[in-house]
Design a protein around this ligand. Sequence first.
Ligand SMILES: O=C[C@H](O)[C@H](O)COP(=O)(O)O
Ligand SMILES: C=C(OP(=O)(O)O)C(=O)O
Length: 342
Amino acid sequence: MSIKFIKRIPTADEILEQIPLPKHIRTIKEKRDRNIRDIFENKDDRFILIIGPCSADNEDSVCEYIEKLAVVQEKVKDSILMIPRIYTNKPRTTGEGYKGMAHQPDPSKQPDLVEGIIAIRKMHLKSLCEFHMPAADEMLYPENYSYLSDVLGYIAIGARSVENQQHRLAVSGVDIPVGMKNPTSGDLSVMLNSIIASQQGHTFKYSGWEVETTGNPLTHGILRGAVDPYGRNIPNYHYEDLIRITKEYEKLQLLNASIIVDTNHANSMKCYSEQPRIAREVLMSRKYDDLLKKMIKGLMIESYLEEGRQGVGENIYGKSITDACLGWESTEKLIYYIAENL
Ligand SMILES: O=C[C@H](O)[C@H](O)COP(=O)(O)O
Ligand SMILES: C=C(OP(=O)(O)O)C(=O)O
């Protein structure tokens, strides 16, 4: 075997003991979890925005962003429920590039997985304790979930992981909503199969244990657009796409059938500034058709303090070092637009 074992990673129990979630915050989190669940169970018709940076690369700028979001959340709380994106691990198409804070607590330094686990737990905890909005993160490495299971409000399974059995089985044991993205190929049956798989209970190997789960009734789909065999982006947020997929989805009679539309990635053709237009189009489609209104529960938007993106090492505070994001000013405008046009 040519794997070099560098150092032992502390267990989730050890890390949770070292960095615990305060008791009074647990109660706040439970209430927010109930609010989010109610939306997926059609008991609350507020619109969800999963919104924030492509990657959470710096605790200060991420928390500053969420502080701004919390102020706007209060103003739109009757119609919108926001879940900040704190994405701490990034899948990479070719394996190159920044893999997120879980790997590199400092993007300009070498990976340090032990410090990474500590840094991501601290950042999620700080944001939750200060702003009371449990965040969304991608489950890129299913075993890392144990380190954050008490702080997360929402999980996404990314386009590059959604066909993987270990992801699907791990999600079947999660008790918060999990969005399964369509794969990069755009094959919607992969997304729907992942919902079928994760809504069932399973027995499998997890963190060195044989474990059993009962299934997650809150798993649902996220449409993020696709890439064709020639590398061209194919959006899947247009009215006709939404009608086709909601009808297919409905036929399967899955629990809490819901869709989130990702306004960036292949839907925006990686052009972040198109996100407000895409959001407006999705709102219009929802208004036009009752099934869409019921099933499209929200949007995923990539946004940060500064618009665009930069290379690692350029050090512009609050600017994405992975995919390009909307800046704060356009984000705030967009949120108010959404609140007024639901
Ligand atoms: O969301 C971010 C990226 O789209 C995803 O991590 C893939 O990135 P890459 O294609 O630049 O590696
Ligand atoms: C990596 C992401 O998305 P996708 O899996 O759709 O590429 C993301 O949302 O940051």
